[in-house]
Ligand binder design. Structure first.
Ligand SMILES: *[C@@H]1O[C@H](CO)[C@@H](O)[C@H](O)[C@H]1NC(C)=O
Ligand SMILES: *[C@@H]1O[C@H](CO)[C@@H](O)[C@H](O)[C@H]1NC(C)=O
Ligand SMILES: *[C@@H]1O[C@H](CO)[C@@H](O)[C@H](O)[C@H]1NC(C)=O
Ligand SMILES: *[C@@H]1O[C@H](CO)[C@@H](O)[C@H](O)[C@H]1NC(C)=O
Ligand SMILES: *[C@@H]1O[C@H](CO)[C@@H](O)[C@H](O)[C@H]1NC(C)=O
Ligand SMILES: *[C@@H]1O[C@H](CO)[C@@H](O)[C@H](O)[C@H]1NC(C)=O
Ligand SMILES: *[C@@H]1O[C@H](CO)[C@@H](O)[C@H](O)[C@H]1NC(C)=O
Ligand SMILES: *[C@@H]1O[C@H](CO)[C@@H](O)[C@H](O)[C@H]1NC(C)=O
Ligand SMILES: *[C@@H]1O[C@H](CO)[C@@H](O)[C@H](O)[C@H]1NC(C)=O
Ligand SMILES: *[C@@H]1O[C@H](CO)[C@@H](O)[C@H](O)[C@H]1NC(C)=O
Ligand SMILES: *[C@@H]1O[C@H](CO)[C@@H](O)[C@H](O)[C@H]1NC(C)=O
Ligand SMILES: *[C@@H]1O[C@H](CO)[C@@H](O)[C@H](O)[C@H]1NC(C)=O
Length: 441
């Protein structure tokens, strides 16, 4: 039994939801179909408020009352009302229009201007209030109404009608409805931003929501409806200003944000805001460059420090894109975030006579894009050492002791390399040895 009740409740809620979104049909009417037929049945009461809680006077759509038709017994004013049923006997006043009776005994139309109209919704009801003598006639009929008396000041809302008299009958008033206009959203421009110039909270663009119904202009909701690259995770829209802001830093991508504007009748339109987030490319400031290195440079030696920067993401990685990896390597310079071009860890087969110039293409990657730069390495030929003190002849005694200095070789090398001297052909009688501490052998 409990299960059945729950089931019924759910069904009821679903039906109610569907009905609230009905849009009113143009010129549909709610209330007494022919007010003039009720012309001759008058009460004689002051300060009367009547709430017509019957189907004829019950709205079932979302729209606006743009016209009231009524008949009055005498000239005077009354307040036409729309009430929303909260619960029990409590109703909220949705809105009211003051009607001025000028032509008693005849149907009178009163057009309500755009901006002053009352919005209707499902389960709202027509009522009216006369703080003076009631001027709206009624006839006995089956439908119920609630009637409060002695109310001579403006009504408060919400109002508890539990003290009202109930009666059966119709009052000579009806409403004419017009559907709500769908709002529109404008001001979309294609926007391109670089990832190094955006922060959370930045306004990317401000769009404009508008509605021909003046009652709606301050009551439009804007939402991002986007399944494109999860744009709704990175951008948000502020309903009252139309500002599209960055909610969290978006990855590099193109975001087509579907932005929906909706009015209180759930009428909507969608516009598309395109936002392209680009990566700012890393920069290799000191390439291309040319360097010269000695032919006999040793292994694992830093030849060139790469000056590469990225304005967005500093974790740049540089490596060798094109080059001879048996000769060069590109790697991080120890204890820095920079990278350098080094000689390879193996012994370096530089040979000026064979290859005198190398090109090394370096790539630096910021995680989104790769840039390239070229380093030209010229090899400086290793000059042969020069013997400055030869040729010479030395006379020596036949019985000279072993290990006697015969001649000092003065040998110099332009690169300051270590020099070794040997006898050629080798001899068992003579030898060449280094005289410490200098490079003179
Ligand atoms: C609804 O009524 C108004 C006022 O009489 C009129 O101007 C309008 O054209 C009507 N609209 C339709 C759709 O009949
Ligand atoms: C309305 O009632 C008042 C007193 O209650 C009376 O003087 C007046 O004549 C009545 N008017 C009508 C139109 O019945
Ligand atoms: C009725 O309302 C009109 C304006 O809507 C006002 O000028 C007039 O004084 C009012 N008459 C009475 C009797 O309250
Ligand atoms: C106003 O009501 C009285 C009493 O019902 C009726 O005699 C009179 O004809 C009505 N006047 C008009 C203009 O309808
Ligand atoms: C309407 O009903 C009331 C109370 O039931 C009665 O006094 C009155 O005479 C009726 N009026 C008409 C026109 O039938
Ligand atoms: C934005 O760019 C896209 C793709 O380039 C294009 O189709 C669209 O018309 C552009 N929109 C605006 C408002 O310029
Ligand atoms: C976006 O629009 C689609 C189709 O109009 C709808 O099915 C979906 O629920 C909407 N999503 C959001 C987040 O509004
Ligand atoms: C906006 O519309 C909603 C739904 O009709 C209503 O509850 C709310 O009071 C309205 N707000 C304004 C400022 O009109
Ligand atoms: C790297 O290059 C930039 C731009 O030319 C320069 O400002 C900066 O001082 C350089 N850094 C080094 C370490 O040379
Ligand atoms: C290095 O690059 C330059 C310019 O691109 C080119 O002229 C040269 O031939 C290249 N040298 C080698 C050894 O590839
Ligand atoms: C070696 O020869 C060079 C060049 O002739 C000379 O400048 C230098 O003084 C000499 N060194 C010694 C130690 O003789
Ligand atoms: C020359 O030899 C000395 C001693 O062996 C060594 O310390 C030095 O590094 C060498 N220099 C070069 C340029 O090879």
């Amino acid at each position: 039994m409990a299960v059945t009740l729950l089931h019924l409740t759910l069904v009821f809620i679903r039906i109610a939801d569907v009905l609230t979104t009905n849009t009113c049909i143009s010129n549909s009417t709610y209330g007494e179909s022919d007010p003039s037929a009720l012309a001759n049945d008058m009460g004689n009461e002051t300060g009367v408020a009547v709430l017509l809680i019957q189907d004829q006077y019950k709205f079932d759509c979302c729209g606006f009352v743009y016209k009231w038709t009524f008949i009055a017994n005498s000239t005077g004013n009354l307040t036409a009302q729309v009430w929303h049923h909260d619960s029990g006997d409590v109703y909220t006043l949705v809105g009211s229009n003051t009607l001025n009776a000028l032509n008693p005994g005849y149907n009178e139309d009163e057009i309500i201007s755009n901006g002053e109209r009352i919005r209707t919704n499902y389960a709202d009801f027509i009522g009216f209030h006369s703080s003076d003598t009631n001027i709206i006639p009624h006839v006995n009929a089956t439908g119920n109404f609630l009637k409060l008396s002695g109310i001579i000041t403006t009504m408060t809302t919400p109002t508890d009608w539990s003290s009202a008299n109930t009666g059966n009958g119709s009052y000579a008033i009806k409403s004419w409805l017009t559907p709500s206009n769908a709002p529109v959203v404008t001001g979309f421009t294609n926007i391109t931003l670089y990832n190094d110039e955006i922060s959370v909270g930045d306004t990317v663009n401000t769009i404009t929501a508008s509605d021909n119904d003046l009652e709606d202009v301050n009551n439009l909701t804007l939402t991002i409806n986007s399944t494109d690259n999860n744009g709704q995770n990175y951008f948000e829209i502020h309903s009252s200003t139309g500002a599209i802001r960055i909610k969290s830093i978006p990855p590099i991508n193109t975001y087509n944000l579907d932005i929906e504007v909706k009015d209180p009748c759930s009428l909507s339109n969608i516009g598309t805001q395109t936002i392209i987030i680009k990566n700012r490319l890393p920069v290799i400031a000191n390439l291309p460059s040319t360097i010269s290195v000695s032919e006999d440079i040793t292994s694992n030696t830093l030849l060139f420090a790469i000056n590469a920067t990225d304005s967005y993401n500093d974790s740049l990685t540089c490596s060798m894109h094109i080059g001879d990896s048996s000769i060069f390597q590109v790697k991080a310079i120890v204890l820095t975030t920079d990278h350098g071009v080094y000689t390879a860890n193996s012994s370096i087969p530089f040979d000026y006579d064979n290859v005198s110039t190398y090109n090394v293409t370096i790539q630096c990657d910021d995680g989104d894009d790769i840039v390239y730069g070229e380093l030209t390495v010229n090899i400086i030929q290793n000059q042969a050492p020069v013997i400055n003190s030869l040729p010479d002849s030395v006379s020596l005694l036949e019985d000279i002791n072993t290990n006697t200095l015969l001649h000092t070789l003065n040998v110099t090398d332009i690169e300051g390399d270590n020099i070794t001297c040997v006898l050629n052909p080798n001899s068992s009688l003579f030898e060449v040895t280094l005289i410490p501490p200098s490079n003179i052998g």
